[in-house]
Write a protein that binds this ligand. Structure first.
Ligand SMILES: [Zn+2]
Length: 105
């Protein structure tokens, strides 16, 4: 029976090791993205009275995806119109935005 648990444990550890490089790479790419405040600072004309617009095409239709998984509190926001990745939302910032009832789109 001990062998069974060791086998299951080895499979789980192997699975994590396989996933780790891609998760680390995504996190590094994600960290290079500006935060919303940095995005607004770099593109002041994109901060509108009631939100944010894309600096490339001017669209306000954004896609909000998890940085590593679909349920990740760390989010990546990109433009649905032109596909440009715009900025990142750090988990605690997302909680603050939701607490203020300003839901990211
Ligand atoms: Zn765009």
């Amino acid at each position: 029976m001990d062998g069974f648990f060791w086998t299951i444990g080895a499979i789980v550890v192997a699975g994590l090791l396989v996933q780790l490089p891609s998760l680390t790479r995504k996190t590094k790419e994600w960290l290079k993205l500006p935060t919303l405040d940095e995005y607004w600072a770099a593109n002041p004309n994109c901060k509108t009275g009631n939100g944010t617009k894309c600096h490339v095409c001017g669209s306000r239709n954004f896609r909000n995806c998890g940085a590593t998984t679909i349920s990740d509190d760390d989010r990546t926001v990109s433009c649905r119109q032109c596909g440009t990745t715009l900025y990142r939302i750090v988990g605690p910032d997302l909680q603050r935005l939701l607490a203020n009832h300003v839901k990211p789109k």
